[in-house]
Design a binder for this molecule. Sequence first.
Ligand SMILES: Cc1cc2nc3c(=O)[nH]c(=O)nc-3n(C[C@H](O)[C@H](O)[C@H](O)COP(=O)(O)OP(=O)(O)OC[C@H]3O[C@@H](n4cnc5c(N)ncnc54)[C@H](O)[C@@H]3O)c2cc1C
Ligand code: SF4
Length: 320
Amino acid sequence: MKPFSYERAATPEAAVAALARTPGARLIAGGTNLLDLMKLRVEAPTHLIDINAVGLDRITPTDEGGLRIGALVRNTDLAADARVRRDYGVLARALLAGASGQLRNKATTAGNLLQRTRCPYFYDTDMPCNKREPGSGCGALQGGHSRPLAVVGGSDQCIATHPSDMAVALRVLDATVETLQPDGARRFIPLADFHRLPGDTPRHDTTLAPAELITAVTLPAPVGGMQVYRKVRDRASYAFALVSVAAIVQPDGSGRVALGGVAHKPWRMEEADAELPRGPQAVVDRLLADAKPRPDNAFKLPLAQRTLAAALADAKELQA
Ligand SMILES: Cc1cc2nc3c(=O)[nH]c(=O)nc-3n(C[C@H](O)[C@H](O)[C@H](O)COP(=O)(O)OP(=O)(O)OC[C@H]3O[C@@H](n4cnc5c(N)ncnc54)[C@H](O)[C@@H]3O)c2cc1C
Ligand code: SF4
């Protein structure tokens, strides 16, 4: 690990000010992703700004009937919150499908959204990777291993997937990310616009500006329905999704669907939701109409359809 300096910010304003004035600085929350990246020399911040003492660790009701989740709320606490379990079951289930109990005790809401891809070449500094080192090439596309990677929304620069389970549930719930900028301005970014596709600049995972701090994630008023999260992975726990499905199904058969493990961002299209009454194949055909799978990850297309079928069966059981 390269040497770095450290400070502990007392307020969100102090954290963004420190971030703006210190070149090469990074925020650290639970540290469960950033520290691994530093040990592997994928990330080499010159200065760490610890935000664990800035507050932002509460879940509070909003005037609109939803919930405001502070950026520092731990994944364990969010999954266990009685309001989340009652009204946003898809979120509680997605959180519990991620990582392990110990990791969830440390991992924060903002850190989870900002965790980096699990593409193996991103973590291997001996391999080319346009996301880690722009212009170096793509280990996966240059004849490498692409089994866990994206089948849709990729580019000729990068086919990484976003690894967060929580983000897939937040997408289906139409959550909003709230931020603070160094000039004191706040932004409200719909989750749909928060993660981006790789295009020509795979280095950037999100639309967050430099020195911008996530302060909270807001959930709209509950939409009811049967809320399920299904995750298919190579082993039963402690593994990232090959394909996952977050679904909310209403008693009349309408609903919403988002996929994880297939793209650089949680993958949802509102027009595909309208296909739900026609069944899982129709939804997935719409969601993955522009898919460009690689030979070793083409299995994700039928897997997405089967995972959605299983999720819809889970939803029916909840209704019964
Ligand atoms: C072995 C293992 C298995 C895992 N399995 C899963 C899994 O199955 N599913 C899953 O979804 N996740 C999984 N994870 C990932 C884990 O959920 C993330 O590492 C965690 O959520 C990151 O949160 P953190 O608070 O520790 O982030 P940190 O590591 O502290 O930070 C991550 C990034 O977010 C930035 N950041 C943090 N807070 C803010 C803020 N408020 N504003 C702006 N930037 C901020 C940091 O600068 C950093 O770049 C796994 C991790 C490990 C190590
Ligand atoms: S898919 Fe993206 S993250 Fe993976 S090696 Fe290629 S550029 Fe890097």
